[in-house]
Design a protein around this ligand. Structure first.
Ligand SMILES: [Zn+2]
Length: 226
């Protein structure tokens, strides 16, 4: 297990735009595994590559966060969980997890894309995670207030952030297969937050200037007393 160092505001690396992944090679797969370990260790519900000082467009997240009430589909999860040793294999029995793919049953195309959005078991933490490579939000609607949103790179702080309530995301999974799915509420918030990181945007960039300045002052004070 590798726990990566999570960089924190005001590290300027967090403001840089990440670059598309061209090849899903060993290095990217290791980055993803290490990011998952780091996320669960923190603990957190999502992590973007820039937070561990990588400029790759990669996010990992916990697909179960906020889903205390699971749908029937999720009962199939056990069959799809794989050992870390199997992680890099592309077995046909691991591409059917579509537990939290919402609202796309009507679209066969979407269903096929969504099927590839598999969860992977992090067996060190016994938790499922998902990785999306080169994620993009291709549709967004509704709005909600994400209460007390927080970030592993913005310690000791949380704030309410306005987010889309429903998004459609496209990207690649760890096998390089195209995925596309629609998700809502907490899962939609997590994915928006992580994709923001790939654009060099932190959630504190989405709150009022007054609140942001209060946080900046607090950080300044802390760094002066260190
Ligand atoms: Zn964050």
């Amino acid at each position: 297990m590798t726990i990566l160092k999570i960089i924190e505001y005001p590290d300027p690396f967090l403001t840089l735009k990440a670059k598309p992944v061209e090849n899903i090679d060993e290095e990217i797969l290791k980055l993803i595994k290490d990011m998952a370990d780091t996320m669960f260790n923190a603990p957190g519900v999502g992590l973007a590559a820039p937070q561990v000082r990588s400029d790759k467009r990669v996010i990992v997240y916990n697909p179960n966060a906020g889903n205390e009430k699971r749908s029937e589909d999720d009962d199939n999860c056990d069959e799809n969980e794989i050992d870390e040793d199997d992680f890099e294999q592309t077995d046909s029995d691991i591409d059917e997890t579509d537990g939290d793919i919402l609202a796309n049953e009507e679209s066969e195309d979407n269903a096929n894309f969504a099927k590839n959005s598999k969860s992977v078991k992090d067996n060190k933490h016994n938790e499922e995670y998902r990785a999306i490579i080169n994620p993009e939000i291709i549709a967004a609607s509704g709005s909600l207030i994400s209460e007390n949103e927080a970030c592993l790179s913005v310690p000791d702080y949380s704030a309410d952030v306005k987010r889309f309530s429903k998004i459609t995301v496209r990207g690649l999974n760890v096998d390089g297969k195209k995925i596309q799915f629609t998700t809502e509420d907490i899962q939609a918030v997590i994915i928006q937050h992580e994709i923001d990181h790939l654009e060099g945007v932190l959630y504190i960039d989405r709150i009022s200037m007054l609140k942001r300045n209060m946080y900046k002052k607090k950080i300044k004070k802390q760094s002066q007393t260190k």
